[in-house]
Design a protein around this ligand. Structure first.
Ligand SMILES: [Zn+2]
Length: 206
């Protein structure tokens, strides 16, 4: 269950220009505007601010006006003060974390792609290829490199398929591989990768 909601916080209270007079008691220089920020929450983490309610109050007679009721002669200075008041950055922290995670994911996946290309280019005994059949639900399996001869590798296929694009955790046990190996050239491996049939390369032992 995702827990979400909204909350509000006082941002700042600023005096209106000294010539602004209170519409209630006519005192000048006592008007002040309080600006609040309302923000969305997810799991108690502020996600983003979505509105900035403001309240105008007279420090002398204590009368207060919500934004929509602010008398017309004070509307413009109140609006200017509100415009100059920003929601604090921490009201954005959820979106900030999300953006950082997405950026980190993009970096990690491009590093993984570079490592895969390097491994395919210079195969080692023990490299494990994740391969994917075109159809069917349980369509991921493994090929394990058992020898490298120049531009060709010998691989043994795993005898199992699962419906998980990271089958290595479940399938990489010696007993689960066939005893019969077959040869693949680096060129063929490259074609399999380009076609999306070879989706990952893992090198467990260095
Ligand atoms: Zn007043």
């Amino acid at each position: 269950m995702i827990i979400y909601g909204t909350n509000g916080a006082h941002v700042r209270t600023t005096p209106l220009p000294a010539d602004a007079a209170c519409p209630g008691c006519a005192t000048s220089g006592t008007m002040q505007l309080s600006v609040f920020s309302r923000y969305a929450l997810i799991y108690w983490i502020p996600l983003f601010p979505y509105s900035k309610p403001a309240v105008l109050q007279c420090g002398h007679c204590q009368q207060a006006w919500e934004e929509k009721n602010v008398p017309s002669e004070l509307r413009e200075p109140a609006r200017a003060l509100k415009k100059g008041t920003r929601a604090p950055l921490w009201h954005w922290s959820g979106l900030g974390v999300l953006a950082a995670l997405i950026g980190w994911g993009a970096i990690a996946s491009s590093q993984d792609a570079r490592a895969n290309a390097a491994y395919l280019d210079a195969p080692h005994v023990g490299d494990i290829y994740t391969v994917r059949e075109k159809d069917g639900e349980r369509n991921y399996s493994l090929l394990k490199v058992v020898s490298v001869k120049g531009p060709t590798v010998d691989v043994v296929p795993n005898e199992f398929q699962i419906n998980n694009n990271h089958p290595i955790d479940e399938l990489n046990a010696p007993a689960k591989y066939s005893k019969e190996s077959f040869a693949l050239s680096k060129f063929e491996l490259q074609i399999m990768k380009n076609k999306g049939q070879l989706t990952d390369v893992d090198r467990l032992e260095e």
